[in-house]
Design a protein around this ligand. Structure first.
Ligand code: NAD
Length: 248
């Protein structure tokens, strides 16, 4: 199954690594023009762009720290100047800085909020300005199962991922009338660096609770993203779609 996104321009934040990379590659396979926003993963981003070019696809990379409102503004101004429009935004960039609430440092709280929540706001605000011009847009925000269920040691992360759900629902109500649909995805445990750093006993416990007896793959999430971006999902707006193997 696949879609033809050959007339679409997409931005994927954190699109050079992990889930974001799988989203970038799946979008490229459907002929989307993809702009990767990366912060530190320059080499990955350049390799993806080169591989895309060799395969006759179009991928571009912009270095931009999503926590910085002026860098985000500049990045989207560049996109407007270069590509003239924007169809898809996937707000995927995110970090964890886990600690028990009682030990959590201000910096751990603020860094996670800046990246996971402020970053989504800055990118969405810039993207919708562009999307409004064509009265078309699809925005997918990557939340988390942890934003729904909570998780010890992740009060900062859970707060931001729950915040993304509220943000998504409000934006969907504001923008739906302009044909800009906004949805969130709440992945469970997906095999990336974010999960590989979790303690082994925790990983074993989680695996035992997943009815499908496996972690999700970045490609599982990418497939769902592409469905939500497609016309087949044209009546889905303000939704939070679980993808967790049945653990919740
Ligand atoms: P990852 O660490 O492999 O990738 C995160 C990406 O975000 C990286 O490319 C990183 O460079 C980028 N990023 C971080 N801070 C940035 C910044 N300030 N500016 C620009 N880019 C920045 O993690 P992942 O597992 O692929 O996670 C991707 C998203 O999925 C995150 O939002 C994460 O919270 C969410 N998520 C992951 C899981 C999981 O199990 N892996 C589960 C639920 C939700």
């Amino acid at each position: 199954m696949g879609w033809d996104f050959s007339d679409k321009i997409a931005v994927v934040t954190g699109g050079a690594k992990g889930i974001g990379r799988a989203i970038t590659e799946k979008l490229l396979s459907y002929n989307t023009t993809v702009i990767i926003i990366y912060n530190n993963s320059q080499e990955n981003a350049e390799n993806i762009c080169k591989a895309a070019e060799n395969a006759g696809r179009k991928a571009y990379a912009i270095r931009c720290n999503v926590t910085n409102p002026s860098e985000v503004k500049n990045a989207f101004e560049y996109i407007e100047k270069t590509f003239k429009k924007l169809d898809f935004l996937i707000n995927n960039a995110g970090i964890t800085k886990d600690n028990l609430l009682i030990r959590m440092k201000d910096e751990e709280w603020l860094d996670v909020v800046s990246t996971n929540l402020n970053g989504v706001f800055y990118c969405t605000r810039s993207a919708v300005k562009l999307m409004l011009r064509k009265r078309y847009g699809r925005i997918i925000n990557i939340s988390s199962i942890v934003g729904i269920s909570g998780n010890p040691g992740q009060s900062n992360y859970a707060a931001t991922k729950a915040g993304i759900i509220g943000f998504t629902k409000a934006a969907a109500k504001e923008m739906g009338g302009k044909n800009i649909l906004v949805n969130a995805i709440a992945p469970g445990y997906i095999e990336t660096d974010m999960v590989s750093v979790m303690p082994e006993e925790f990983k074993t416990m989680i695996l035992g609770n997943i009815p499908l007896h496996r972690y999700g793959t970045p490609e599982d999430v990418a497939g769902l993203v592409c469905f939500l971006l497609s016309d087949d999902a044209g009546y889905i707006n303000g939704a939070v779609v679980d993808i967790n193997g049945g653990i919740l």
